[in-house]
Design a protein around this ligand. Structure first.
Ligand SMILES: CSCCC(=O)C(=O)COP(=O)(O)O
Ligand code: MG
Length: 224
């Protein structure tokens, strides 16, 4: 019996278009000025140190901005980039320049599953702060009260089974009682390797069907 649902964001609760055409361009547009203004913040400096560790040499602020802009263009899921994006998006949401997209069925079924007593969690490459922002400032209002917890790449990459084992140990349930929702077959494969139940969301024609997993066109078709 399913007792918890862990959901991906991009392509699952929210559209890929919103992430790639609104969120990523917003972060790219503001990355350089954000780094220039916030370089004195020890957290920002530590994130730049993490970028330097990946590229293998010291970077000026402008060079770091150039690397991070390139990573945005390449859709890299690097943790320092994801943390910085969340910090930049926070300003955008607070200024009303960003509104978190969720599909119309997303709040309806999150609410229904929550009322049924299921525990709801998020696992996204976006930072925990970014996850709380998109659901806190969503088209359907503040959805954060529905969630019991959030996981990002601090637990590991989404295509690695060990990440899902870590999530299971944090949730405190066996994999057989946890359903993972995602649009990406490799993520579902990794979750299943860790023992989780899976369902692939095929929201649009961009999605690549992974026939090894049950499929749903929206949350109304997800079988609990
Ligand atoms: C938290 S909203 C931004 C999502 C994001 O940055 C991203 O890279 C999409 O990752 P996901 O794991 O949700 O597909
Ligand atoms: Mg996704």
């Amino acid at each position: 019996m399913i007792k918890a649902i862990v959901t991906d964001i991009e392509g699952t609760t929210s559209s890929i278009e919103f992430v790639h055409k609104s969120l990523f361009p917003y972060a790219r547009q503001h990355m350089r000025s954000f780094l220039r203004e916030q370089a004195g913040d020890p957290l920002v400096q530590a994130l730049i140190d993490d970028v330097e560790a990946v590229v293998g040499w010291d970077l000026s602020i402008d060079e770091a901005a150039g690397v991070l802009e390139q990573w945005i263009d390449e859709d890299r899921k690097a943790t320092p980039l994801k943390t910085l994006q969340g910090m930049i998006w926070k300003t955008g949401y607070q200024a009303g320049e960003l509104k978190g997209h969720v599909y119309v069925d997303t709040p309806v079924y999150l609410q229904r599953w929550h009322q049924q007593g299921l525990q709801l969690y998020v696992y996204s490459s976006g930072s925990v702060e970014a996850q709380q922002l998109i659901f806190g400032h969503s088209d359907a209002g503040d959805l954060r009260p529905l969630f019991s917890g959030y996981f990002d790449t601090q637990v590991g990459g989404k295509r690695e089974a060990t990440s899902y084992r870590t999530i299971l140990s944090r949730i405190g349930l066996p994999g057989a009682q946890v359903l993972f929702l995602s649009d990406i077959g490799e993520e579902l494969d990794a979750a299943r390797s860790a023992g989780m139940q899976t369902c692939q969301l095929i929201r649009d024609t961009i999605a690549r069907p992974a026939l090894a997993h049950p499929q749903a066109r929206d949350f109304s078709e997800v079988s609990i």
